[in-house]
Design a protein around this ligand. Structure first.
Ligand code: PLP
Length: 362
């Protein structure tokens, strides 16, 4: 049997370390997915998700899928053959959106941006006169860039706005209702401090009314999933066996965040991100993401000339049990990605990663 690995500092692009309350909840006994105790847990989880999404949408739920499953659900329920999807691409996950939308039958109008730059809402809104959907990534994990999606919501007209909030939810300001987000999907493994496996998902009334009535995916059909989550406990019907353990973990993570206070948690992420950026620059390193659009939760930094990016990552893992990420796409070996998310968004984590990195580079 391989040696049991007890701990890692997960300072990469995700998964992040879990809040201790989450780890404890993952050990709860498995109970039935229609057990009243579980149903109450699901209701509380949906309520907590509404808070971190900044929405009053009734249809806000933990989708039984990872973030990519949330992305599939967003498109398969909103676009079908010939529908126009305008998609902002400023990194890997915008690219993935294009592929998912194409497979759903959409005519994709791709609005490319230089990687490292935020989404230019004016260009996106001008790309097509009457798209069915407009989509963008709020926090591009591949580049460490935060984009302002509110102007897309303000200017979307008749279109539905789809937003990826995988690396922002639970750690950064996210106001789905105020920003006009119609369909949002996220992940649990980043700022929410829970394991990967669920996709916090939210759908506005407007999007629900205009959904594809029989989407090609049965599993991700939001019409059917509404009955599974149910407006009230009594109306809940079987759709699939809910991942009860994962939901217990997510509920504990949301409880932890809301007990600390969402604003305080966001401030903690901002402070950790700022201290990390300052520390990296003080070491003489150059940040990758455009100034003014740098994600607090995930910092991208250029690998100095002559330094072997993979060797440094291996050194950190071996000597400090510390994970940081490589770059994405064309930047795999020229950029590192350092996440300060969930329980890791604190000064101790920043100092640890800076010290370890300094030694590894020397
Ligand atoms: N979107 C963004 C911005 C992400 O960072 C990720 C994963 O890191 C995904 C989508 C896909 O999520 P998952 O890997 O959980 O399927």
């Amino acid at each position: 049997m391989p040696e049991v690995l007890t701990s890692r500092y997960l300072f990469g692009p995700g998964p992040s370390n879990c809040y201790p309350e989450v780890t404890a909840a993952l050990g709860y006994p498995v109970i039935g997915h229609l057990d009243p105790v579980f149903i109450e847990r699901l209701d509380r989880t949906c309520a907590g998700l509404r808070t971190v999404w900044g929405t009053r949408n009734a249809r806000t739920l933990p989708l039984s899928a990872t973030g990519s499953g949330g992305m599939e659900a967003a498109f398969v329920n909103t676009v079908s053959d010939g529908d126009v999807a305008v998609i902002a691409v400023n990194g890997l996950f915008g690219e993935r959106m294009c592929e998912v939308a194409r497979r759903c039958g959409a005519t994709v109008v791709r609005v490319d941006h230089e990687w490292g730059q935020p989404v230019d809402a004016e260009r996106v809104l001008a790309a097509h006169p009457h798209p069915k959907v407009i989509a963008a990534v709020h926090a591009e994990t591949s580049t460490g860039v935060l984009s302002d999606v509110a102007p897309l919501g303000a200017g979307k007209g008749d279109a539905l706005l789809i937003v990826d909030a995988v690396t922002s939810i639970g750690g950064l300001e996210l106001l789905a209702d105020d920003w006009g987000i119609d369909v949002g999907y996220a992940g649990t493994q980043k700022c929410l401090g829970a394991p990967p496996g669920l996709s916090p998902f939210t759908v506005s009334e407007r999007a629900f009314e205009r959904r594809i009535k029989e989407p090609r995916s049965w599993y991700l059909d939001i019409g059917l999933l509404g009955g599974y989550v149910g407006a009230a406990s009594g109306s809940r019907t079987y759709h699939h066996t809910a991942p009860v353990t994962m939901i217990a973990g997510l509920e504990a993570g949301l409880d932890r965040i809301l007990a600390e206070g969402l604003a305080a948690v966001q401030a903690r992420h901002r402070a950790a991100g700022a201290e990390l950026r300052d520390g990296l620059e003080a070491m003489g390193l150059e940040l990758f993401a455009a100034e003014g659009s740098r994600l607090p939760s995930l910092t991208t930094v250029k690998v100095p000339d002559g330094v072997d990016s993979a060797a440094v990552r291996a050194y950190l893992l071996e000597n400090f049990s510390t994970e940081i990420g490589s770059g994405a796409g064309a930047f795999t070996s020229t950029v590192w990605r350092i996440g300060m998310m969930g329980p890791n968004a604190n000064r101790a984590s920043v100092k640890l990663v800076l010290g370890a990195l300094e030694e590894a580079i020397a």
